[in-house]
Design a binder for this molecule. Sequence first.
Ligand code: IPM
Ligand code: MN
Length: 356
Amino acid sequence: MKIAILPGDGIGPEIVAQAVKVLNVLGEKFELESAPVGGAGYAAHGHPLPEGTLALAKAADAVLFGAVGDYQYDTLERALRPEQAILGLRKQLGLFANLRPAILYPDLANASTLKPEVVSGLDILIIRELTGDIYFGQPRGVRECPDGAFKGQREGYDTMRYAEGEIRRIAHVAFQAAQKRGKRLTSVDKANVLETFQFWKDIVTDVHKEYPDVALEHMYVDNAAMQLVRAPKKFDVIVTGNMFGDILSDQAAMLTGSIGMLPSASLDANNKGLYEPSHGSAPDIAGKGIANPLATILSAAMMLRYSLNKAEQADRIENAVKHVLSQGLRTADIYEAGTTKVGTEEMGNAVVKALV
Ligand code: IPM
Ligand code: MN
């Protein structure tokens, strides 16, 4: 089994190093190969997604990704910015299904800014469509405004669109995920305003006929944002488009108080996937040895479960993480009085120790 390791920028290399340590003590024969991506790709080869990196990702059974982005690359033209690496990988590898769990670990019940009774036991799964919507729709750009009160001025524009097959395939992923969990699916749209999302709603309703055992509800995105902070435990699985999913998944992550804990999987039609922490590259704390590696370690667990068919090994890692939390070990982002503050390496080593 070949795993492409793409550490990226900022805290990416530090946290990915801990996940690699964990993979190496499982007793499995993994072939790991690293390549630069994001700002690091630009620095090494003049492009955020160098050809060799893309080829490695395509040839691998799974990709473990750190994070991309750093201040020094913010002024590059859009096509060369670090973010293009992850967008390019998603598109080129056909990774249309993004699974973002938001789980509140009992040991971290106080980490949330919401009242403990609102979030304790929280376990929701956001499924975000990842290769369509306004993120990739053409045309887009800056042009001369063709009509209306601002006619003749410059205007920025993007295109929101979803093809039927694109909606169907993500709906199937969502219904099947709901079948394996609480059998409740919320499809989030903006059908009251947008044609694209009225169409989305109609297609999801149609796919529902194949999953009569799953309860489907439709919710407007603004209401969903409100319900997520009002009564988040009412959700089981949420499915939505690329843009709404980007926003709601950050919001859901923060319900747990610790975005440093949350993994994600981006899957193609054959369960080949890219696995990355839900958080970003945090350049402000890069190199300080204080970043939380657990989201990346848990992403490696998701990789074992979804792409490498090693559910038992995934369980082992997840249990090891729960164990170190129950020991009171905390990185700075989840630290509270009465626990033991540790750095990135120490946290990684503790998970390794819990495994062997
Ligand atoms: C995410 C990120 C990306 C996105 C950026 C870095 C392009 O915010 O993975 O959620 O918007 O999808
Ligand atoms: Mn995002």
